[in-house]
Design a protein around this ligand. Sequence first.
Ligand code: SF4
Length: 242
Amino acid sequence: MTQGYLSEAFVSFQGEGLDVGRRHLFLRFAGCPLRCRYCDTPESLVRTPEFEVHGGEEKRQSNPVSLDSLLESVRSLLALGAVDGTSLTGGEPLVQAQFITELLRESVVPRPVLLETSGTLPERLAEVIDAVDKVSMDLKLPSNTGEPEYWQVHEEFLRIAAGRVYVKILVDEQTDLAEVVRAGRLVAEVAPSTPVYLQPITSSAGRVAISPVALEAAYAALRARTSDVRVLPQTHRFLAIR
Ligand code: SF4
């Protein structure tokens, strides 16, 4: 049996995407191969000797954590009140695909299970796709992330996730509109019925980093290519919740 590296575990409201507003159990996995310029969870980028379980009594657990120990913490969080699903988030959860597969064999984890991912590890997604209910996939635009292009791996990823995926595209004032166009084209060609969330990058103080004019331009560039486009900032920032 494998062990996992977590960054934190807690219950809160989902702040982004298709499940916005739903009460979720969040399991944040530690470690990510990317370093996006706008990353809002820098504490999850590397593995640490411990992670926090927030809720009721704050508790620290050791990394790597066994499946049984993690399930014990999950049970204690679920005992605090009703939960309507689970978000597997990060960091990049797919780095630990085998541990996730074992975790989701257990009926303890509330369904539906949403996998939140950078969309850059298609082989790992193939390992877990049958075990998750929904996938939140980022399309990483180099002008925002400061990372290399991922168009090819994004295409492979989207093909595997099609039918249970929605896409998130983060935008701010620096976003290259040509990259938004390319993202819209990719969705239209590979999985045209996929909902696309245009997500203004939002500061921890709840301020969005894009003007109305630039947001309209990004929306129009996407909507000209794919039919289901929605604009939604990170709502948990406005609520000042985790
Ligand atoms: S993929 Fe996500 S966790 Fe990793 S650096 Fe980018 S924003 Fe942060």
